[in-house]
Write a protein that binds this ligand. Structure first.
Ligand SMILES: Nc1ncnc2c1ncn2[C@@H]1O[C@H](COP(=O)(O)OP(=O)(O)OP(=O)(O)O)[C@@H](O)[C@H]1O
Ligand SMILES: [Mg+2]
Length: 258
């Protein structure tokens, strides 16, 4: 069985890709078969954080140049990776049919992963929402800033009202302390519960950290250094909580039949 987990946010630049890459690597380092899909089409950059330059991307699959198998690159620690590609315009303007083709193709893989993490673009555009609704679990990344709260609330509202997604995992990124992060979550939950009948689960926090910034500049994912620091522990803790997020029953097509 494959657990598909989409990572999204209301506002851009809150750390989705950083979290998707490090949590995926953390799972792979625990010998869990893991596939990371960069579905931030048009803005795909997970390969930059991984420090790799894959030969093929989803674009090759969509245009029929290549099978999905060929588009899957094996990176460090046996993490499997599907790049969203660089050729901006082609994938930004995918039709519904093309998005469905991508989603349905994963079920044909001979070797299905245990986890599939999906880095989804920010906001509630149709392109992102299709991927969210097709995942089992949805994580929304927020920071302590009011703008991030408001945009995350809007995204959750659209996901719930238009796509029947009612369970969300929440990660607080760039946290000042674990306590502050939990308080931020409690505040966000109480605002959301006033207006929407959704279930939010606190999945964890990542500290605001120069080490995280440096890892992006050096294109070496932080967890791959296997150090015992707070940041590595925070990513690993999140990886161990993924299965406790409730799955959604949206009625949309899913990546895997299971
Ligand atoms: N925990 C953190 N501590 C400090 N800086 C961070 C942290 N997480 C992310 N950043 C900074 O935020 C920037 C944006 O991160 P990232 O690219 O992961 O966000 P994103 O949500 O994927 O953005 P986009 O919406 O553009 O896809 C990074 O370049 C990094 O400098
Ligand atoms: Mg990103």
């Amino acid at each position: 069985m494959t657990n598909t987990i989409a990572i999204t946010s209301g506002k851009g630049g809150v750390g989705k890709t950083t979290i998707a890459v490090n949590v995926a690597l953390s799972l792979a380092m625990q010998n869990k078969e893991t596939l990371l899909l960069d579905a931030d089409l048009g803005m795909a950059n997970a390969h930059i954080l991984l420090g790799i330059n894959p030969k093929f991307s989803l674009e090759d699959f969509v245009t029929g140049n290549s099978s999905l198998d060929k588009v899957i690159t094996t990176t460090k620690n046996n993490l499997k990776f599907v790049s969203g590609g660089n050729a901006i315009n082609n994938l930004l303007n995918l039709s519904d049919l093309e998005r469905h083709k991508i989603i349905k193709s994963f079920n044909d893989l001979k070797k299905k992963p245990e986890y599939m993490l999906i880095d989804v673009g920010a906001g509630a555009e149709a392109s992102s929402m299709t991927f969210l609704a097709s995942a089992d679990k949805v994580i929304v990344v927020i920071t302590g800033e009011p703008t991030s709260f408001i945009d995350a609330y809007t995204l959750i509202k659209t996901s719930f009202l238009d796509y029947k997604i009612n369970n969300f995992g929440i990660i607080i990124n760039m946290a000042l302390s674990p306590l502050q992060a939990k308080l931020n979550f409690d505040k966000f939950q109480s605002i959301t519960h006033k207006f929407l009948d959704v279930n939010l689960k606190y999945v964890g926090q990542i500290p605001n950290s120069q080490k995280v910034k440096n890892s992006i500049i050096s294109r070496t994912a932080l967890v791959s250094s296997r150090s015992n620091d707070l940041e590595t522990k925070a990513f690993s803790e999140i990886s161990s909580k993924l299965l406790s997020i409730e799955s959604n029953n949206t009625g949309s097509i899913k990546f895997f039949d299971n």
